[in-house]
Design a protein around this ligand. Structure first.
Ligand SMILES: [Zn+2]
Length: 164
């Protein structure tokens, strides 16, 4: 069994920013890291759920909507994954994400929060979502990080452990 590529990064040296998590078969998975793993509180589930609805809505209505394959939260609640087709760099994604965050900060409601459109429609928190988005936007503007620190951990059975 191969180790998942994203487990090969050192999460103890991962700053908020935007990283290329993996590139394969014409798809690029971007790691939009919102909080500093294991050092800051992760994003609260309800706030992350609202970030997902808002970010996906913006990305899928933007100029690059045809290249957006997937937008979803990380299980560790420290960031979002955005999968793109086409040639996008972290700097392209930085500009796109800042535009997206600016839009989120202007919103007065979270889209698609009815029992028909969402699997857990009561789990939303727009004020906390916007607090996280404001801080992340300021970090993308003023303290941008985009290079992973590699980590190689070899397990007892010889497999290499790398976080998806
Ligand atoms: Zn939902």
């Amino acid at each position: 069994m191969e180790v998942i590529q994203s487990f090969t990064i050192d999460h103890t040296h991962l700053k908020p920013g935007i990283y290329v998590s993996r590139q394969d078969r014409g798809f690029t998975t971007f790691d939009l890291r919102i909080t500093e793993p294991n050092k800051e509180p992760a994003v609260a589930p309800a706030a992350m759920h609202s970030i997902e609805h808002l970010m996906a809505t913006w990305m899928r209505n933007s100029d690059v909507k045809d290249d957006v394959v997937y937008v979803g939260p990380m299980g560790c609640l420290t960031g979002m994954y955005v999968v793109m087709t086409g040639d996008y760099t972290v700097q392209d994604m930085r500009e796109l994400t800042i535009s997206c965050l600016e839009w989120i900060l202007d919103q007065t409601e979270v889209p698609a929060t009815t029992p028909e459109t969402c699997g857990n429609y009561l789990l939303h928190d727009l004020p906390m979502c916007q607090w996280e988005c404001r801080r992340y936007m300021e970090r993308l503007r003023n303290d941008f990080h985009c290079e992973y620190t590699a980590l190689e951990v070899t397990l007892a059975d010889g497999r290499v452990f790398a976080d998806a």
